[in-house]
Design a protein around this ligand. Structure first.
Ligand SMILES: [Zn+2]
Ligand SMILES: [Zn+2]
Length: 101
């Protein structure tokens, strides 16, 4: 179903009940978290799919360290404060039968 996104105005293939496209939803979600950090409501972020600086809301996406399991020290490149991030890697498994003759 082609719907015009209420946020970016682009026509996208969406589900009938959706008002904004997926990239806009993601953007809105990130903005909500960042706003919470900036106005002081949030001092930590937990189990997010992105690393947010807990001081300024800066987002780290491409730092190789975030993909290694465990604790990492960061110095924020945006606000120069130090913070820690914990990476938890979850695994999922799929199994398929091989027909044994
Ligand atoms: Zn959009
Ligand atoms: Zn920062």
């Amino acid at each position: 179903m082609i719907i015009r996104c209420e946020s970016c105005g682009k026509e996208k293939d969406m589900l009938s009940w959706q008002k904004v496209c997926y990239p806009c939803q993601e953007e809105a979600y990130k903005e909500k978290i960042r706003a919470g950090i900036i106005n002081g409501d949030k001092t930590t972020t937990e189990n997010e799919t992105d690393v947010y600086c807990p001081y300024c809301g800066g987002i780290y996406e491409d730092d190789w360290r975030i993909y290694e399991e465990g604790w990492h020290d960061f110095e924020c490149g945006f606000c120069e404060k130090s913070f820690e991030t914990k990476t938890e890697i979850s695994h999922s498994f799929s199994t398929y039968r091989i027909d044994n003759k």
